[in-house]
Design a protein around this ligand. Sequence first.
Ligand SMILES: [Zn+2]
Length: 129
Amino acid sequence: MAEAAGYQCGYCQTQEIVIGMPLVIDHIIPEAEGGTSEDQNLCLACHRCNEFKGSQTFADDPETGEQVQLFNPRTQVWSDHFAWAEEGVMIIGLTSVGRATVKALKLNNEYIVRSRRRWVSTGWHPPQD
Ligand SMILES: [Zn+2]
């Protein structure tokens, strides 16, 4: 399982090796919404992102109010839609998709921000990829 060292959440990039808990399989389009269990509809996610996402596939961009599809870790590139701020403590949405996803999945919730501050101070975060 050497490659497991590289496992990270498709949404918040939290690394499995850092949190010490297995990531879960996220259905990008939830099964309840007709999503399949084929590879193209699956990604690794942390528990929190998976829970906050729930059955959502769309969310509002807090800047424009426009409803957009949530970030798709399979078909979109993380760095096109998000950037790290404060050296890796905060995730900034660069696009409508990024901003809507940051808000809907609470990518900067107080618990993860608290942990990221520690990880950043030790060089464990953000992941280098
Ligand atoms: Zn996550």
